[in-house]
Design a protein around this ligand. Sequence first.
Ligand code: NAD
Length: 261
Amino acid sequence: MSLKGKTALVTGSTSGIGLAYAKALAGQGANLVINGFGDAAAIEQERLGMEATSGGKALYSAHDLTKVDQIEAMMKEAADTFGGVDILINNAGTQHVSPIEEFPVDKWNLIIALNLSSAFHTTRLAVPYMKQQKWGRIIQTASAHSLVASPFKAAYVSAKHGLAGLTKTVALELATFGVTANCISPGYVWTPLVENQIPDTMKARNMTREQVINDVLLAGQPTKQFVTAEQVAEIALFLCSDAASNITGANISVDGGWTAG
Ligand code: NAD
């Protein structure tokens, strides 16, 4: 498969799963818009690496996707540079772990804005070009938490279930335009998002680091292995291929069997 001449925008692609998507897409020759926060020099090194791999262009957008005007600015920058976005991967996300009665309102608002509303805004802005081209791929990094819940993750589980609903709706609206919309739903993937949950969980459950990893994180994952970011990225590449043109409105689990139970 070659994605030469196509442009992929991956939100939250300076780290973890998003970075793996961007590198995989560069490997197929796609132009890229990468987005997210982090060390400027490290991001520039990744951006240059993607251009070297793809032979195309990679643009870095530092926009904060909790803000509608910044999402609009990012999408305009992509359109001005590349004409439009052919492959949209909504991946930026964050987590907060807390009982519902103590759940900070600002964390709820942040998680809904970033993990759910930003996907609505990027999608509504990307779709006109995709419809006109009669080709497009919209891919969400949802989560096993788009299908099942866990305690203490009210905002995250709500946002991810919402993302699954948004995806099905968009899939139906675009079914005759050559545009597919799908969720990829990983179980636990070893990334900074997971690493950052460990200290709070150690405290909340009075556990060692090893106990948190084995008895909490991997407890529900029957394979007892973390999913890798590269495995998730391979699914996205498949969804971009012609072989996947009839997969739309799906929610593809990559969770080591978690949601089979
Ligand atoms: P990560 O923390 O490694 O990456 C998150 C990315 O989002 C980073 O690039 C970060 O800079 C960016 N980001 C954060 N706030 C932003 C903002 N306001 N505006 C723009 N970008 C912002 O996390 P990850 O584990 O790679 O998670 C990526 C996605 O995968 C998330 O949606 C997450 O919910 C989902 N997911 C992760 C796992 C897992 O186990 N790691 C499992 C299922 C789903």
